[in-house]
Design a protein around this ligand. Structure first.
Ligand SMILES: [Zn+2]
Length: 281
């Protein structure tokens, strides 16, 4: 099974994880910028982190384990409440969007659904719209439905192309809203606070596989970098065909991310290498 995990925080994982991910068929990943577990106090700290995930991580860790590592750059919602710092970071992050491995903007989104968070979200949606690049959007853990609906409304106001946007961390409660609004819908399999491979599999059965993206969002908390391969194995064992399964874990993320010319250029030779073996969906 060939797999792309479009949401991993490898900054906080070990090289053993890369090794296992590669063994389980993960060929490419995207690392969105996020909160590191403690609020940062300087814009420069963000820039060093953007530098790390756009250069050091792909070259010195992922490539050596046979995984193509891409990133998305953003001011994350958890730290956007400090609006002065957030605006400085958004201004200074622009050169990092031009890095070779940088394929879009993310994670932007909402955490506590405040006015400041909404302002920083909208400002970054506009940058993404003007650059026409993929966007990864974090939906809140609390008040999930309210936060998701607010994000969908802000995205519409900002006139961002829904096909460039992955509204992530959906649940059974939000998935239909995200899909009906025309966006890509991410399902994160994250122990405790998000969902399991079983629930993800059931959502694909219930809502269909079109515009669905499965991801692990593995980070420094209890999380599982192998959750996408585990969901794929479960799908194969419980009624989905190989073509349907690969449609969700390989073709869908490829289609979403290939809107970035940098992603398409790096992945096209790999994607097409054995195209004849990929069953039609
Ligand atoms: Zn994340």
């Amino acid at each position: 099974m060939r797999i792309i995990d479009p949401h991993c925080h490898m900054y906080s994982r070990t090289v053993d994880d890369y090794e296992m991910m590669s063994l389980c068929g993960i060929e490419a990943i995207v690392e969105p910028s996020f909160w590191l577990g403690n609020d940062r106090t300087y814009a420069g700290t963000f820039y060093d982190y953007f530098n790390h995930i756009s250069e050091w991580e792909p070259k010195n860790r992922a490539a050596k384990r046979g995984i193509k590592h891409f990133c998305t750059i953003a001011m994350n919602p958890k730290e956007a409440e400090n609006i002065t710092l957030a605006r400085e970071v958004v201004k200074g992050m622009l050169p990092f969007l031009d890095r070779e491995t940088s394929v879009g903007i993310g994670e932007i989104g909402l955490n506590n659904i405040t006015k400041n968070e909404e302002a920083i979200l909208a400002e970054q949606f506009v940058i993404a719209r003007d650059r026409d690049v993929p966007v990864i959007v974090h939906t809140p853990h609390n008040n999930k439905l309210e936060g998701t609906l607010r994000i969908l409304a802000i995205a519409k106001e900002c006139k961002v192309n829904p096909l460039r946007v992955n509204i992530d961390h959906n649940t059974e409660e939000t998935l239909r809203h995200t899909l009906d609004a025309g966006f890509w819908a991410g399902i994160t399999m994250y122990p405790r606070t998000k969902c399991t491979p079983q629930r993800a599999r059931d959502m694909v059965e219930r809502f269909g596989s079109e515009r669905i993206l499965l991801n692990s969002a593995c980070d420094w908390e209890t999380s599982d970098p192998l959750s996408v391969p585990k969901a794929a194995r479960l799908m194969l064992r419980t009624g989905f065909t190989r073509a349907q399964t690969m449609g969700v874990v390989w073709e869908n993320p490829y289609k979403f991310l290939a809107a970035s010319p940098k992603f398409a250029k790096a992945m096209e030779p790999i994607y097409n290498a054995d195209a004849q073996e990929i069953p039609a969906t």
